[in-house]
Each structure stands twice: as structure tokens, then as C-alpha cells.
Design a protein around this ligand. Structure first.
Ligand SMILES: NC(=O)c1ccc[n+]([C@@H]2O[C@H](COP(=O)([O-])OP(=O)(O)OC[C@H]3O[C@@H](n4cnc5c(N)ncnc54)[C@H](O)[C@@H]3O)[C@@H](O)[C@H]2O)c1
Ligand SMILES: O=C(O)[C@H](O)COP(=O)(O)O
Length: 314
């Protein structure tokens, strides 16, 4: 017998078959409207939900799925899954630590290089039939200072690429220093920002990190500094960033995420010292395979009566 699974996201080619072969019957609710209007007959039988951190599941939504046993966030983040509400209801929550770190680290380096070397701007210039080189203000990353806010799986991979490939000095700020890290610890975010040429944000999202990067941190980063955000838009005060970029208080920013995504604030469109991508850092064939394999393993463990591999604990 197949286990009914409600999916909040589209599955790429080949994955529906893998879920079916693993014993799961897929139902889809990919928009807020379809989730709100879910057929009660389908809702009644759902035993598992596959979601992402930026969609998540509230306690109220859990109550509409009376036979729900497990919620799997496919990637690392699970900020909009109400983990406390799930615990109260005896529902297990899992996520995918480490599944996409390599892809996000590659993407971060691409963003850093793109904003430093002005790749999108230069590409646009050539497409306007403009091959002039005077006045272009492109810099380099070699030997510069990298500051990481939230050194975990992704931050560590970024640090290794920057130190090994670009001879960069690496510092980080976490709430507490790591005991076995190669990199220099800063006990305040402001001190890290003042020191760094590149401030990379790689903390989780959610209330605990909301607007950690505010106007004062951007001022500390200064006019030669770049802000790179690949974690969650909520960690950066978007208005402060827009002001800082408009007034050239920092050199530039490169973002894979922005608060309120997929909506993008109109003020960022004209900014020429900003590069932005639509939350694709964790997307690559390898990362997708890692994420989906772990989701299926967690589901099979749960429904096979053994502990899940990567639980989220409230
Ligand atoms: N752009 C993407 O596609 C993409 C892909 C994967 C993950 N992410 C985001 O990146 C985040 C980090 O991923 P990871 O795999 O490195 O997670 P991780 O848990 O390994 O690392 C996060 C680090 O942030 C630190 N941290 C937490 N709160 C902090 C705070 N208030 N101040 C300073 N440091 C703090 C933690 O101690 C930890 O070391 C995820 O939670 C997710 O939101 C984005
Ligand atoms: O938290 C994550 O792992 C990333 O945001 C990637 O999530 P995605 O599955 O939505 O791409």
C-alpha cells in the first residue's frame, strides 16, 4: 500500500517515479490557494508532507491534516515549519543538512566574482554594442578579507574555496567560537564587518537572526566592502541595504535571497551595484539528488518504524 504524501513543490523529472517506487502516493499543493482549498478527502488521508523552508507548515495547517505523521523540509532551512506545533502534535520534522552546501558555496563564489568583476554590467554593456574599457571599475578578490556571519556547513565550504583558491584571510562570527576552526573568530558582528572586504551571510533564517545585518553593520562594512547574502532575506534589513547601496556607503551587494521573495522591491531594480539571483544557490543536479535521496530515506525510516536520519528538534 502506498503512503499518501502532500508535496508543496514541483518535483523534477525522474523524482515522482522515485517516490512512487519507494512506496509514496504523490498529491500536490504548490500554491497558497491550493493548500488553503485542499480537498478534504485528500487532506484526510495525507500522512507525510514534503515542503521547503520558505513555505513551511503552520499548526493550523497541520490541524487540517489529521493523519499527518512527518514533515520533510527538502533543503537545509525549515524556518516556516512550526516545529513546536509539530512536536505538540507528535509529528516528526526532518531537513537536509549538508545536502546542498557544495552548490551554495560554488554559487557564492560566482556571486562574489560577479559583483567584483561586474560581470552582469559588462555583459549588458557589450550587448549594447559598447566595448569601451575606460571608466570600468573592476576589482579582484585575490588576497582580500572574507568575513562569514554564521560559519556552518556552507560557510566552511566558502571559507575553504576563498582561502585555498584566492589566498583570502578568513574570519567569522557565530554566537560562540568553534573549538576546532582554522579561521579567526570575531566576538562581534560589527568588528567582523569592519575588518572584512566581503561579508557573507550564511546563518539560518527565522526570528533569531532577523535583520542582524542592519544599517550600522553596513556602515561598519564601509565603502570598499561587499555584502553577499546566500542564506535568507530576513537576515538583512532590506531598506537599510537599499539606502546603503544608493548612497554608495558600501561598494556593492550580491544576493541569492531577499526578504519577501519571490516579490522583489521596486527600489532594487535600478541599482547598478547589486547582483541578484532567484534563490538558486542550492539548486544543482547533485544537490537535488542529495536532497531527494535524504527525504526518501527519512520517509522510509519513519514508515519502517526506525528513527529518521536528520530530525529537527524543537
Ligand atoms: N541560497 C540557498 O539556496 C540556500 C541553500 C541552503 C541553505 N541556505 C540557507 O543557509 C543557511 C545555512 O546553511 P548551513 O548548511 O550552513 O547551516 P548550518 O546550520 O550548518 O550553519 C549555520 C551557522 O549559523 C550559525 N548561527 C545561527 N544563528 C546565528 C546567529 N544569531 N549569529 C551568528 N551565527 C549564527 C550556527 O551556529 C551555524 O554555525 C540555511 O539555514 C538556509 O537558510 C540557503
Ligand atoms: O534551505 C535550503 O536548503 C535552500 O534554501 C534551498 O532550498 P530549496 O530546496 O528551496 O532550493
Amino acid at each position: 500500500m502506498s503512503v499518501p504524501l502532500l508535496c508543496h513543490v514541483p518535483l523534477e523529472a525522474g523524482y515522482p517515479e522515485r517516490f512512487a517506487a519507494a512506496g509514496f502516493e504523490l498529491h500536490y499543493a504548490m500554491t497558497p490557494e491550493s493548500r488553503a482549498d485542499l480537498d478534504p478527502a485528500v487532506a484526510e488521508k495525507i500522512r507525510a508532507v514534503l515542503t521547503i523552508g520558505t513555505i513551511g507548515l503552520t499548526g493550523e495547517e497541520m490541524d487540517k491534516l489529521p493523519n499527518l505523521e512527518i514533515i520533510c523540509a527538502q533543503g537545509v532551512g525549515y524556518e516556516l515549519v512550526d516545529v513546536a506545533a509539530a512536536k505538540q502534535r507528535g509529528i516528526v520534522v526532518t531537513h537536509g543538512p549538508g545536502t546542498n552546501s557544495s552548490s551554495v558555496a560554488d554559487h557564492t563564489l560566482a556571486l562574489m566574482l560577479a559583483i567584483t568583476r561586474q560581470i552582469p554590467q559588462m555583459d549588458a554593456k557589450v550587448r549594447r554594442s559598447d566595448w569601451t574599457r575606460a571608466g570600468t571599475d573592476v576589482g579582484g578578490m585575490f588576497g582580500k578579507k572574507l568575513g562569514i556571519l554564521g560559519l556552518g556547513n556552507i560557510g566552511e565550504q566558502i571559507a575553504r574555496r576563498c582561502a585555498g583558491g584566492f589566498d583570502m584571510a578568513v574570519g567569522y562570527h557565530n554566537r560562540n567560537p568553534l573549538t576546532d576552526s582554522l579561521w579567526r573568530y570575531f566576538d562581534s558582528l560589527h568588528a567582523l564587518a569592519e575588518w572584512a572586504d566581503y561579508l557573507v551571510v550564511s546563518t539560518p533564517g527565522g526570528q533569531g537572526t532577523a535583520k542582524l545585518v542592519d544599517a550600522s553593520v553596513l556602515r561598519a562594512l564601509g565603502e570598499k566592502g561587499f555584502l553577499i547574502n546566500i542564506s535568507r532575506g530576513s537576515v538583512v534589513d532590506t531598506q537599510a541595504l537599499v539606502d546603503s547601496l544608493s548612497q554608495r556607503e558600501i561598494a556593492g551587494a550580491a544576493l541569492d535571497v531577499i526578504d519577501g521573495e519571490p516579490k522583489v522591491p521596486a527600489e532594487i531594480i535600478p541599482l547598478t551595484n547589486l547582483v541578484i539571483t532567484p534563490h538558486i544557490g542550492g539548486r544543482s543536479p547533485e544537490a537535488m539528488n542529495n536532497m531527494m535521496t535524504l527525504v526518501i530515506e527519512n520517509l522510509q525510516a519513519h514508515f519502517g518504524g526506525t528513527p529518521v536520519l536528520t530530525p529537527v528538534r524543537a
